[in-house]
Design a protein around this ligand. Structure first.
Ligand SMILES: [Zn+2]
Length: 331
């Protein structure tokens, strides 16, 4: 199966996070038919990571995720581009990595493995399970794929997910002095947060905050007894200075509930590749047992997660060359 055809075939199978079973079966069948040893590693009912290799204990692995954000968008194409969900994030990457691996194999290089995870777009549950796989211990280099415009990412920001929650006291809204508004408290906290510069890092850049979701109140004529805001912070430092800054802002007006976080990661710089720091996070913080991480992939993160997601065909072909070159340099 050729590069573009494989990309389209992977994209044609819906695999929004939580629904990756069919695309995993497709990959298993495709790779087994080419002589790879393939294992489906159970993550949850209907969710399996795909772990494939040629020799027994490969030193270099190519990896990315099989899930996509919603909604499914079927693949289409023209002469230059492939459009649709997963084109750049990350099924085009899977196709480019498999094509590169087959190319390396045709030159006698079999010291390679393929790791495709579930749930990267939610909480990297697949990567967390994959981290415990026995083959991880033998892996020296993990080349992860995310859309980096085919540049080698030498750093990626972390992600800190949390809720700021406030409590008030419900009362008839005609008698506000009888109650206490959780929404007004929350708005005060958020206003302070918007005007606070959080600690940042010279290498990784600025720490940014998305006030992502708001929830609160019960009815128009009731003083709201509860409110909460979901936030996602792109982390460039350790977790403690950010947590401390948030707690200083919140004081006794509410509480901070940490949902999950991944730390910023420095990755291997390799001569001859264009390098940069990317602002998004990946599976890499959850795969520490898989050796030294590298990050490179075709397509733009700005096209990922949009309704117009696409990847340039020329970038897919370039990614194959880059993956081949990278593996050869590492081996
Ligand atoms: Zn991705």
């Amino acid at each position: 199966m050729k590069l573009f055809e494989l990309t389209r075939n992977l994209m044609a199978i819906p695999s929004v996070s939580g629904d990756e079973e069919a695309v995993g079966f497709f990959l298993r069948d495709h790779l087994e038919s080419r002589g790879w040893t393939v294992e489906l590693q159970a993550v949850a009912p209907g969710q399996n990571n795909v772990i494939a290799h040629l020799n027994e204990t490969p030193r270099v692995w190519l990896s990315t995720h099989m899930d996509t954000v919603p909604p499914f968008i079927a693949p289409t194409e023209d002469d230059e581009r492939i459009y649709g969900r997963g084109s750049c994030d990350a099924k085009g990457i899977i196709a480019a990595q498999i094509t590169a691996a087959e190319h390396l194999r045709s030159e006698g290089i079999e010291d390679i493995g393929l790791l495709y995870t579930v749930e990267e777009e939610r909480a990297s549950t697949g990567a967390k399970i994959a981290n415990g796989h026995p083959l991880a211990a033998k892996c020296e280099y993990l080349i992860n794929g995310e859309p980096t415009d085919n540049d080698l990412a030498i750093g990626s920001k972390g992600a800190f997910r949390a809720k700021i929650k406030t409590k008030g006291k419900a009362a008839h809204s005609a008698y506000p002095e009888e109650g206490e508004s959780a929404i007004e408290k929350l708005l005060d906290i958020l206003e302070d947060l918007r005007h606070t510069k959080l600690p940042s890092d010279e290498f990784f850049g600025e720490t940014t905050v998305n006030l992502a979701t708001l929830d609160g109140g019960i009815a128009l004529n009731v003083i709201p007894p509860m409110a909460e805001c979901g936030i996602l912070i792109r982390l460039t430092t350790a977790i403690e200075p950010i947590r401390d800054a948030l707690e200083t802002i919140i004081r006794d007006r509410g509480e901070l509930e940490i949902m999950s976080y991944s730390l910023p990661v420095k990755m291997l710089a390799v001569d001859g590749f264009k390098q940069k720091v990317v602002r998004f996070t990946t599976d890499i913080p959850h795969l520490p047992n898989w050796g030294q991480p590298l990050l490179l992939g075709p397509g733009s993160i700005l096209a990922a997660h949009t309704k117009d997601e696409f990847v340039l065909k020329a970038d897919l072909e370039e990614a194959v060359r880059l993956y081949v070159g990278l593996v050869k340099q590492l081996i």
